[in-house]
Design a protein around this ligand. Structure first.
Ligand SMILES: Nc1nc2c(c(=O)[nH]1)N[C@H]1C(S)=C(S)[C@@H](COP(=O)(O)OP(=O)(O)OC[C@H]3O[C@@H](n4cnc5c(=O)[nH]c(N)nc54)[C@H](O)[C@@H]3O)O[C@H]1N2
Ligand SMILES: Nc1nc2c(c(=O)[nH]1)N[C@H]1C(S)=C(S)[C@@H](COP(=O)(O)OP(=O)(O)OC[C@H]3O[C@@H](n4cnc5c(=O)[nH]c(N)nc54)[C@H](O)[C@@H]3O)O[C@H]1N2
Ligand SMILES: [Mo]
Length: 769
């Protein structure tokens, strides 16, 4: 066994590929069009090969094809285009279908310590993981291990724990419904609710906020609603990059006469103008202008803006313009009087100061709301990753409630999910705070007593590992180390674990920051044919709008040694839970049997197999959407009072958000370019207002170190270095940089109230030449 220190001198932010030529140009004025089609084909054919690549693109998002692993945007229920994909979905597929392999020889050549000094892009570029690998205690290199030995090792570790709560089981949102159901069942039979997931870092604030206001933690609109809305407000979202197929829906809405308002510190290209590559006019014409109004809100200025919007509507209504839907408020809502009083007492001065917008700009947005009978609010991470994120969500909902924009066609809330099945994983019970009714149904179906105490979420997992309370971390997909904030805290926690296990498709930094021993279990991807004892298997996913769809892998697996996630989980359960009443291996031999259990446990999945056999897909019930039914503490939709609370930014400091570039999928970096924002050759940039550059005595292009400041921070210094200043259209006092290179700047304790989501988009920073 080779040994060598596992500690690397280089910080994980080091990126050797940054040496390529750096070019900064003007941000683009339109999205998609021919460059997007070319980029899609180039990515798929260069990585997967011409024949396999073209095949993959034609199966993507088709009824008999596979669900795109890129994002959770829905596919049209009928009339799918021949090529129902986007540039970035194609990149995600190409990345999985790559012909490169990170095999045993690769791991023999590269020590863990050496790989720690490489960039995220370098790690991912080595291709698919093809066989189980083991990092023994004290070893410098991973070495191959048999599947059976790996399962035995995990089972032994788990069964040696003092209590099941000493293990945590993470999930990233690519996992399909069947695997998710099996996973939570195993974890609860093992005896814990420690099921942290990527939702904890993502839309948790939406779930918590919506749960309290309208009683359902999901969106209430369909694709059709979106296309027939009269006004669409897009808050804190960059769909041109992260949900490109949403642009087609926005285009359809525009053609039906909708007005679109973009609320964002950055005037994102995708919301300006869209050239639809599916249409001739998108190829040769000038495309469709999307947003009618752009509101350059300050980072975290949305609570103030939303209070301003509500104030304007309430003022207009009291001046005898029929603006509010009093009947809806009377019949379906609770807490309106208190809300109204609070809004009336909030001054325009505080609203302007808090939002960074003028009263006139807010009135312009209110004009659009008032002229619409059907309004939708869409949002993503710009709203959910702040200290007061839950307030953001609740005020958006309240803004809609004022005009009765819930539970009617063309109106409602639309949290746009990230990972392709993050919403489905929750529906299947991947949740550290399960509902009692769900546990009751599980108890009845499988005749056991599931644990009732809440488990740990993602942030609590890091605290737990640091304190020594959690000794085993098992991760079903994802990149827990890199996606979470505060690498120092996370590394300390992980290194104290007895065992860390990653079920993965590609190499990432979580394979390098491990427990005393570590395992990599390589899994089949969404694109690959999944053959089990009963034949070729189908899985299902739930998209952002509550539609259950099937997904069928189409290409041969990257290696004969790969196992499906379901097979891995079933084997793990069979090894760990001795003499169990459930025949786990029978479930993995035929996924239909898992769906039969889901049908018995989860409302809305009755006749699951039959419905997908006959229809291919079906829509889950949603009380708010279908019947204006609000299952909240008051039995009504709740208005909630929130104060304008701004993050304190000391003089000379800026408030920074962390964002995605056009060429990454979360922690997977494809290239160092961000075409729409005009960045080429580097990810180490800080977007900043020209006047702030001047005020700080700096120059555009200059390289600086970024330091973060947080009142309760116990760390000595949090700093990332060598970031080039890019003069950009962003409000004064605000800045932006890419995730994950900046994740170490965020202390693990800096989280959203109530949802405990890391405040990835409110980081107080200072710059140092
Ligand atoms: N190609 C691609 N697709 C993806 C992903 C990917 O990485 N790549 N990731 C997937 C996942 S998991 C997710 S969650 C989604 C993420 O999708 P997005 O939420 O669109 O992703 P972010 O880059 O985090 O963008 C946040 C947006 O919010 C804005 N913003 C930041 N702070 C504020 C604020 O305080 N107020 C307002 N109004 N706006 C603000 C930023 O300027 C940016 O436009 O995308 C999913 N789809
Ligand atoms: N600073 C900052 N940090 C953030 C965010 C931010 O906006 N700013 N966003 C947060 C958000 S919204 C999210 S969702 C998290 C993302 O957190 P995660 O979901 O944990 O991270 P990903 O980067 O999506 O995970 C990528 C890895 O998943 C594995 N993988 C891919 N496909 C499959 C599959 O089919 N099966 C299995 N088993 N493995 C697979 C591959 O090994 C790949 O390396 O990051 C969060 N972190
Ligand atoms: Mo996400």
């Amino acid at each position: 066994m080779k040994t060598e220190s596992r500690v690397s001198e280089k910080s994980p932010s080091f990126d050797p590929s940054d040496t390529q030529r750096i070019e900064i140009s003007q941000p683009k004025e339109w999205a998609a069009g021919i460059p997007a089609v070319l980029s899609a084909y180039k990515n798929v054919t260069t990585k997967a090969g011409a024949i396999k690549g073209t095949r993959l693109l034609s199966d993507l998002n088709q009824i008999e094809g596979f669900d795109c692993p890129g994002c959770a945007w829905p596919d049209p229920l009928e009339k799918r285009a021949t090529f129902e994909f986007c540039e970035n979905g194609a990149k995600a597929v190409a990345d999985e279908a790559t012909t490169k392999r990170a095999d045993a020889e690769f791991f023999a050549q590269h020590s863990v310590s050496k790989m720690r000094g490489e960039s995220d892009r370098w790690l991912n570029d080595h291709g698919r993981l093809v066989q189980p690998m083991w990092l023994p205690e004290g070893a410098s290199h991973y070495q191959p291990i048999e599947w059976s030995s790996a399962f035995e090792m995990i089972a032994t570790q788990l069964n040696q724990l003092d209590t099941p709560d000493q293990a945590a089981f993470y999930t990233s949102g690519r996992t399909g419904n069947e695997a998710a159901f099996l996973y939570q069942l195993f974890v609860r039979k093992f005896g814990t609710n420690n099921l942290p997931d990527c939702s904890n870092m993502c839309h948790e604030s939406s779930g918590v906020g919506l749960g309290e206001t309208i009683g359902v933690g999901k969106g209430t609109v369909s694709l059709e609603d979106l296309e027939h809305a009269e006004a669409i407000f897009v808050f804190g979202q960059n769909p041109g990059t992260n949900h490109p197929r949403m642009l087609s829906s926005l285009q359809a809405a525009k053609r039906h006469g909708a007005k679109i308002v973009a609320v964002n510190p950055l005037d994102e290209t995708g919301l300006k103008r869209f050239k639809n590559p599916q249409e001739v006019s998108g190829v040769i014409g000038s495309g469709t202008a999307l947003r009618d109004l752009y509101l350059p809100v300050k980072i975290n200025g949305d609570v103030a803006l939303l209070k301003g919007l509500c104030k304007s509507l309430i003022e207009r209504d009291s001046q005898h313009q029929p603006v509010l839907d009093h009947q809806f408020i009377e019949q379906y809502c609770h807490g309106f009087d208190e809300f109204k009083t609070d809004i009336e007492q909030t001054s325009w001065q505080d609203i302007e100061q808090g939002s960074g917008l003028t009263h006139a700009q807010i009135e312009e947005a209110a004009d659009i709301a008032c002229s619409s009978k059907k309004t939708i609010c869409c949002w993503a991470m710009g709203m959910t990753q702040h200290k007061n994120a839950v307030a953001n969500i609740q005020l958006m909902t309240n803004f809609l409630m004022l005009q009765g924009n819930l539970g009617k066609p063309g109106a409602g809330v639309c949290p746009v999910r990230g990972h392709s099945n993050v919403q489905g994983d929750r529906t299947m019970g991947i949740w550290e705070k399960p509902e009692p009714a769900f546990l009751d149904a599980l108890e009845k179906e499988f005749s056991f007593s599931p644990p009732r105490a809440n488990g740990v979420d993602a942030v609590e997992t890091v605290h737990g590992m640091q304190k020594g309370d959690i000794k085993v971390l098992f991760a079903l997909g994802g990149n827990f180390f890199r996606a979470m904030p505060d690498h120092q805290a996370n590394d300390k926690g992980l290194s104290q674990c007895e065992l860390t296990v990653q079920v993965s498709t590609k190499l990432n930094r979580s394979h390098l920051h491990t427990g005393k021993q570590a395992l990599i279990l390589p899994a089949l991807g969404r694109t690959e044919i999944d053959t089990q004892e009963s034949g070729i298997q189908t899985i299902t996913v739930e998209n952002s709008m509550g539609v259950i769809q099937t997904s069928h892998g189409k290409i041969p697996p990257a290696s004969t040694l790969l196992k499906s996630e379901i097979d891995i989980l079933a084997q793990l359960a069979a090894h760990t839970l001795k003499n169990d009443t459930i025949d786990w291996l029978a479930l993995s031999a035929d996924y239909r049997l898992i769906r039969d259990h889901i049908a018995n446990v989860i409302p809305g999945f009755e006749n699951f197999n039959q419905r997908i056999d006959e229809l291919g897909e079906f829509v889950l019930p949603n009380g708010v959407r279908d019947a204006r039914k609000f299952v909240t503490a008051t039995g009504k939709a709740n208005f909630v009072v929130h104060a304008i609370e701004s993050v304190e930014v000391p003089k000379g400091c800026l408030l920074m958000m962390t964002i995605r570039s056009h060429d990454q999928f979360n922690t997977t970096v494809y290239t160092n370019n961000d075409r729409y924002r005009g960045i080429h050759g580097t990810r180490k940039v800080l977007f900043i207002n020209r006047l702030d550059i001047e005020a700080l005595g700096l120059k555009a292009g200059q390289h600086v170190s970024i330091r973060s400041h947080w009142p309760n921070d116990k760390a000595a210094l949090r700093e990332v270095s060598d970031f080039a200043l890019v003069e950009y259209g962003i409000p004064r006092g605000c800045a932006a940089a890419y995730y994950p290179e900046t994740n170490d700047l965020i202390p693990i304790g800096s989280v959203a109230d109530k949802s405990n989501t890391p405040a990835y988009k409110s980081i107080v920073i200072s710059l140092h030449a």
